[in-house]
Design a protein. Structure first.
Length: 147
């Protein structure tokens, strides 16, 4: 998911921002989520999205926020937007698969997770995709209500 290379000091967007500032903004959104300040978290992620319209990162964050609220259709929309912005990335595929599983669209979800693994066979995203596939095999998503 790291659209911003580690050696890049400036992230190009509507305005150029230091990489550190972008990370702080995103971390603020996730911290607000932890404190159940969900409206505020959404505003932060939308703000980062407006500042960085070519980045998939804030859309992944928004998708995660919506997923945590059980708003699976909204989450799916944001993760698909992340995929559109960076089709070569594996993480949006994994999150799309997760959303599809939550919506009981298991065949589609499995296909997305396999795409994620094809793009990134090792690492954190691969582990996430493998865990989702295992959870599906264990029937974890059967109990989730599709919204």
């Amino acid at each position: 998911m790291d659209q911003f290379p580690r050696d890049a000091e400036i992230v190009k967007g509507m305005i150029d921002l230091p990489r550190r500032d972008v990370a702080i903004l995103l971390e603020t959104g996730y911290l607000l989520m932890e404190f159940t300040k969900l409206k505020e978290a959404e505003e932060v992620f939308h703000g980062v999205s407006a500042l960085l319209p070519h980045s998939e990162v804030p859309h992944v964050a928004l998708g995660n926020l919506f997923f945590s609220q059980g708003k699976f259709q909204n989450a799916l929309k944001e993760h698909k937007r992340a995929h559109e912005l960076r089709p070569e990335a594996a993480l949006p595929h994994a999150h799309i698969g997760e959303c599809l599983y939550a919506l009981h669209r298991f065949d589609e979800g499995t296909a997305e997770l396999k795409q994620a693994l094809q793009k990134e066979p090792d690492g954190a995203t691969a582990d996430f995709a493998k865990n989702l596939l295992e959870a599906r095999d264990l029937g974890i998503f059967d109990a989730m209500g599709a919204k």
